[in-house]
Design a protein around this ligand. Structure first.
Ligand code: NAP
Length: 254
């Protein structure tokens, strides 16, 4: 018998093999939800699965590419058949293919759009019917502060992440009648594999622009996700919320 604010709910978290998605999956399980975790291979999901099962919850590992519409539709259909319901979708899978505009290839533009924007559409479309049947359907889309303020060398990523604002607000209106909420979280600089590859000088420069004086952790994003998925957030929809230590409001006036 599960306890916690999400007891009895079934959640799906994409990009849950590591980083922010893994932290979100673990937190939703700790709050009582059974969790389906998505990454491109089942092997990559082993650690996430172990965390969810250690919390006493059921885990459904799903190996798929979120940019593959047929695979997404099929996987969500199988999940709903097996789990019996779907209440929460967290679209977290994302990639970067950075480059300055004049050197950006079509492939780098298209890859980021396919995963970071179209992938979210594909998962939401596949899940919408099941979410509408939930008494408290929840969509949380993980964007980025870069979608709000832009970033040199990330025009593809910024465009995809900003695209999630309009997409999510449209879903919030479209699905409100079915009591499904849809919100966006914009992480700032979070310590994961995605940011580990950045040069040390760039990290230190970013740190100087964060009023709270530290990089974020996956748990910081998971905490707001858990709130948005809870009954306490039943009146919150169509919002875009930064979790960035104050990065978007700028540094110390220098
Ligand atoms: P990460 O450590 O690079 O993890 C990315 C996750 O996405 C992995 O689980 C990866 O799984 C999965 N993934 C990538 N492409 C996929 C695909 N085509 N289909 C299915 N799964 C796929 O990234 P992160 O830093 O945790 O970032 C998570 C999200 O937060 C992303 O949307 C990112 O844009 C956003 N974000 C991150 C930061 C930050 O500072 N880290 C800041 C703002 C926003 P496999 O590789 O195992 O398939």
């Amino acid at each position: 018998m599960s306890t916690g604010p999400l007891a009895g709910r079934v959640a799906l978290v994409t990009g849950a093999s590591r980083g922010i998605g893994r932290a979100i999956a673990a937190r939703l399980a700790a709050d009582g939800a059974d969790v389906a975790v998505v990454a491109r291979s089942v092997e990559a999901l082993a650690a996430s699965r172990a965390e969810i099962e250690a919390a006493g919850r059921r885990c459904f590992p799903l190996a798929l590419d979120v940019a593959d519409g047929a695979a997404v539709t099929e996987a969500v259909k199988r999940l709903v058949a097996e789990a019996g319901r779907l209440d929460i979708v967290v679209n977290n899978a994302g990639v970067t293919r950075d480059g300055l505009l004049m050197r950006m290839s079509d492939e780098d533009w298209d890859a980021v759009m396919a995963i970071d924007l179209k992938g979210v559409f594909l998962v939401c479309r596949a899940a919408a019917r099941a979410l509408a049947k939930s008494p408290a359907g929840r969509i949380v889309n993980i964007s980025s502060i870069v979608g709000m303020i832009g970033n040199a060398g990330q025009s593809n990523y910024a465009a995809a992440k900003a695209g999630l604002f309009g997409f999510t607000r449209s879903l919030a209106k479209e699905l409100a009648g079915r009591k499904v909420t849809a919100n966006v979280i914009c992480p700032g600089f979070i310590e994961t594999d995605m940011t580990a590859v950045l040069p040390e000088a760039m990290k230190q420069q970013s740190l100087g622009q964060i009023p709270l004086g530290r990089f974020g952790a996956g748990a910081d994003i998971a905490a707001l996700t858990a709130f948005l998925c809870s009954d306490a957030a039943g009146y919150v929809t169509g919002t875009v919320i930064p979790v960035d230590g104050g990065l978007a409001i700028g540094g110390f006036g220098g």
